[in-house]
Design a protein around this ligand. Structure first.
Ligand code: SF4
Length: 351
């Protein structure tokens, strides 16, 4: 109980830490040093912060703490080294984080932004489990810190972060924004802003906020269908965020940022890969500087979807190519460890 009343240091920006140490009677520049220990050296214990006097450390320890995530489960792919972590939060909820290793030595961390997800996409294990709550700032950045501490021992570092795990990041934008500020800070992990991608199912008001605040991140849109009636059933937020409105805000986004847009499209056999689907997709993306990532479907129990046959997929791909769509089929990573989002947590909840 006493621990919960203490200040969670990982929720604070450098400016907020400066104010905190000042309020404890220390010089404000110790705030900068404290930020460096917390976010660059990613220290686990206040007593290891040797810049501070023993007395200051003791005072800090009585009033604040550094939170950590408990590792509940870890699966490692024998095929490509992908690692899937299941972390337990202070309130015993759990979230998933996935580490992807690329052949060019890039290391991408796929982080969660919510416990569960309110969007409820028809094909998604997380969506099926429902929404619990937003993650706070420390729970977002601690996914990165916990993994970084492990991989640094093998001389690896996280180079890219994608908000593509559990949850819809634009429905938790206040905490995601603050987490971004800390993760990209030059006195912290200093992840390049161009190497952070927010993946959204198309929350128009959230994209407008990104524009308004000039958040310098890459944007990926989980499209999955470019036909409103079909998208309404696959991605239910489409009912409030129609394709026409999404298109308009993305046009404005690209006009202002000049950044390439990624469109994610999950391949569902007999559902969204007809010739009509391919033409609708081509119509939607053709005037954007774009890349369309086709994603192999990883079956979710009880969802009622299946992967397409190779022949159907080939036909779909053929139409996209002759329509000039810049398309890739995403190499699926971690297939042998249930790569799809929410599957590890789903098993934990069930077992
Ligand atoms: Fe939420 Fe993404 Fe799953 Fe849709 S696919 S329910 S947005 S986590």
């Amino acid at each position: 109980m006493e621990e919960l009343a203490k200040i969670n240091l990982l929720n604070l920006t450098q400016a907020e830490l400066e104010l905190l140490v000042e309020s404890m009677g220390m010089k404000s520049y110790y705030g900068k040093s404290l930020f460096n220990w917390l976010h660059k050296k990613i220290v686990r214990n206040i007593r290891d912060i040797t810049d501070l006097s023993k007395k200051d450390r003791e005072m800090l320890e009585t009033k604040s703490y550094i939170p950590f995530l408990n590792l509940l489960d870890l699966k490692t792919s024998k095929i490509d080294g992908t690692e899937k972590f299941l972390f337990q939060l202070e309130d015993k909820n759990s979230v998933e984080t996935v580490l992807l290793r690329h052949s060019d030595r890039r290391v991408t961390l796929c982080v969660s932004s919510q416990v569960g997800c309110p969007v409820g996409c028809a094909f998604c294990a997380t969506g099926k489990a429902g929404f619990v709550r937003n993650l706070n700032v420390n729970e977002i950045i601690n996914q990165a810190y916990t993994v970084e501490r492990r991989i640094i021992k093998n001389h690896e570092n996280i180079s890219n972060i994608v908000f593509m795990g559990m949850g819809e990041p634009l429905l938790n934008l206040d905490n995601v924004r603050k987490a971004l500020e800390i993760l990209t800070h030059e006195n912290g992990l200093y992840i390049s802003r161009r190497k952070i991608t927010i993946s959204t199912c198309g929350i128009v008001a959230g994209i407008e906020k990104i524009l308004l605040e000039r958040l310098p991140i890459e944007l990926a849109i989980s499209l999955h269908s470019a036909i409103d009636e079909k998208r309404d059933t696959l991605v239910p937020v489409n009912k409030q965020n129609k394709l026409e409105d999404l298109y308009a805000v993305l046009q404005e986004y690209q006009r202002q940022t000049k950044r390439r847009l990624s469109f994610e499209y999950i391949l569902l056999g007999g559902v969204n890969i007809t010739e009509k689907d391919a033409n609708a997709l081509a119509d939607f993306v053709k005037d954007f500087d774009h890349v369309v990532n086709l994603i192999q479907y990883n079956p979710v129990e009880g969802a009622g979807f299946k992967a397409p046959t190779p022949k159907k997929l080939e036909k779909f791909l053929h139409v996209l190519k002759i329509r000039g769509v810049n398309v890739t089929i995403r190499q699926e990573k971690g297939r042998d460890i249930n790569g799809a989002c929410g599957q590890l947590r789903g098993r934990q909840v069930v077992s």
